[in-house]
Design a protein around this ligand. Structure first.
Ligand code: ADP
Ligand code: ZN
Length: 609
């Protein structure tokens, strides 16, 4: 059964033509009063799944959301559609809370956001007892799972909703993929009869680019300059110091780049986060402390200057790009030192043995993803239990298949050198021995007398680093914690040393001729033809002015996807403007004329008037 009301709300309020993926099924089921557990990737369109049933069913839709700091933006986005959205949290004074409570009793509120600890306060529950509640939506539902990466004890209490309001449908939503977390959500939220809606985790609009590099920062700048000269993006670094340095460096290059890490004061962090959300072209440079719950739809790139610890983390962090469905880049650069550092961190971890094994397994998977030569997306989807997809055509390995070479002999040389020097030295020392450099230390240890001294003089040091990196990444060599990065052989090294196993490695980038791809895409962030660039810029600039005026983030006025559709459709009347995706009744009334004027101005210029 389809609810015509739901389609009507989608068309007139949101200005969208059609539901995406499983949205229609989920929405219809919740409107009919059923519970639902929704797993959908970031950008899949989860918000509509609870917002539309909140509007179609009578009563207020209560949304449980963990991050108080972001409630304002969620509410702003709904208000821009002329809906009555409110939040109740500790930032409000008693007066405002009373006034919202009065509205709630009057039945005029469409959607109410509340944090779990607030919802579970006796006074809030007593208030809800008096109201008609359309549904409970539990956003970021993985917070209820102890296995997940973001357990929040206050989420555990939410099972009370099932007991206290058995007639009110509950919908739990998350972008976290794995089955164990899903089962825990169902159990801990008492969602026994809920239908599970599991979408594909593919993010086809995100292009995966992973490269090995000696000078990540320079590479990063080249990437930003060529592909995202004016876009919002997130740059992830491992340490606070690197965050501060990189932000300062990007600022010097002329970009607005703001740091974000745990050592900063809560106020500074919030200020930087707000600028990132509100302004159009801010780069935030952050540790992984940043990003949870960030709904900014027009983040055009996520860059990693260090390797994340797991594929799960990588996928979650890169997933913050391109929520609006427009093209976005997930770019990463890493080197030998990253591999060594992560292997060491893993050993230093205070976790118990079993936990450590899991962590080290996850790191192995991350390193395989980084070093692989086939389609990255296919591999990632397979990793998340979605096997059988085709090569994607939208990752670096598909676009420019990497060169590989037979590294067996080089690996044998490297590993015998490790063995003959007593498995006590780091990679730089070993490379000096291979190169036949008579440094003081080498002479002092008598390593200039070894059979492996100078056997690698024909291979450049950068290439040797590539060999060692891949040997460590693929577990032929282990990094010793005590020995300050010294490496030793693992069991896996034997068959290679005995000549029973051959190795294919990625060729170092330095020795591969870079292929420059120059296209219109190189400049425009979304799919905008070069000739449409001026119109695109003008629309963005109008959007910024209107957003500043209302002090809301630019995307609350219109998303990039909507502006791109405007460029494509070039509406010549309000009627045509209403056909643009994302232009609903209220936004048409509020902004239609001004955007139309900009489009018309460019039409006139093209006609040569
Ligand atoms: P999620 O919460 O799953 O990450 P959102 O709900 O924020 O995703 O949706 C991502 C973007 O896609 C938003 O800009 C939203 O307005 C847009 N969107 C959602 N559903 C549709 C649809 N059916 N048609 C067009 N755009 C949509
Ligand atoms: Zn691919």
């Amino acid at each position: 059964m389809t609810h015509t009301d739901a389609v009507d709300v989608l068309n007139t309020i949101y200005g969208y033509d059609a539901f995406r993926g499983q949205q229609a099924d989920i929405i219809n089921s919740v409107i009919d009063g059923n519970d639902a557990l929704v797993l959908m990737p970031t950008g899949g369109g989860k918000s509509l799944c609870y917002q539309i049933p909140s509007l179609v069913r009578s009563g207020v839709g209560v949304v449980v959301s963990p991050l108080i700091a972001l409630m304002q933006d969620q509410v702003d986005a709904l208000r821009a559609l002329n809906l009555n959205a409110q939040f109740i949290n500790s930032t409000l004074d008693a007066e405002s809370v009373r006034s919202i409570e009065a509205d709630l009793r009057q039945g005029t509120v469409d959607v109410l956001y509340v944090a779990p600890e607030r919802l579970l306060m006796p006074s809030t529950l007593a208030l809800l007892d008096e109201l008609e509640v359309a549904l409970f939506a539990i956003d970021e539902a993985h917070c209820v799972s102890a296995w997940g990466h973001d357990f929040r004890p206050e989420y555990m209490g939410l099972s009370v909703l099932a007991e206290r309001y058995p007639a009110v449908p509950r919908i739990a939503l998350t972008a976290t993929a794995d089955r164990r977390t899903r089962e825990e959500i169902a159990k801990n939220l008492d969602l026994v009869h809920a239908q599970h809606f599991v979408s594909s985790f593919d993010r086809p609009n995100i292009r995966y680019l992973i490269r090995e590099s000696q000078s990540s920062r320079e590479e990063l700048w080249r990437f930003i300059k060529a592909f995202h000269p004016e876009d919002s993006g997130i740059v992830y670094c491992l340490s606070r110091k690197k965050v501060d340095d990189t932000a300062a460096w990007l600022e010097k290059k002329g970009r607005v780049a703001l740091p974000y890490h745990a050592r900063m004061s809560a106020r500074d962090r919030e200020q930087n986060q707000n600028r990132f959300l509100r302004e159009d072209n801010v780069i935030i440079v952050a540790t992984i402390a940043f990003g949870m719950g960030i709904d900014k739809p027009d983040v055009r790139f996520v860059a990693h200057l260090n390797l994340p610890k797991s594929v799960e983390a990588y996928y979650q962090e890169t997933g913050r790009a391109g929520r609006d469905g427009e093209p976005a880049n997930a770019w990463m650069s890493y080197g030998l030192q990253d591999v060594i550092t992560l292997r060491q961190m893993m050993q230093q971890s205070s976790a118990d043995e079993q936990h450590k094994r899991v962590e080290s397994h996850k790191l192995d998977a991350m390193l395989s993803l980084a070093e692989m030569t086939a389609c990255r997306r296919q591999w990632i989807l397979d990793y998340f239990d979605e096997p059988g997809s085709d090569a994607c055509g939208n990752c670096d390995n598909c676009l420019t298949p990497p060169e590989t070479y037979d590294a067996t002999e080089a690996a044998q040389k490297a590993m015998s050198c490790v063995y003959r020097t007593g498995q006590r030295f780091g990679v730089n020392y070993l490379i000096d021995v291979l190169q036949g450099k008579s440094t003081d230390r080498i002479v002092q240890f008598g390593h200039d007398q070894l059979s492996t001294f100078g056997i690698g003089a024909d291979i450049a040091p950068t290439d040797w680093r590539g060999v060692f990196r891949q040997l460590i990444a693929h577990n032929f060599l282990a990094v010793d914690l005590e020995g300050h990065g010294s490496v030793k052989l693992t069991e896996q090294a034997r068959p290679v040393l005995r000549g029973e196993q051959s190795l294919q490695f990625r060729r170092q980038l330095a020795t591969v001729k870079p292929k420059r791809q120059r296209s219109a895409r190189a400049r425009a962030p979304v799919s905008i033809a070069a000739s449409d660039q001026p119109l695109w810029d003008a629309l963005r600039s109008l959007r910024k002015d209107l957003a500043d005026e209302a002090s809301v983030p630019a995307y609350v006025v219109f998303t990039d996807a909507t502006l791109a559709d405007m460029v494509q459709k070039r509406p010549g009347s309000l009627e045509e403007m209403s056909m643009v995706s994302g232009v609903g009744d209220h936004k048409l009334e509020r902004y239609g004329v001004e955007f139309l004027a900009v489009v018309e101005q460019f039409e006139a210029e093209i006609d040569g008037v």
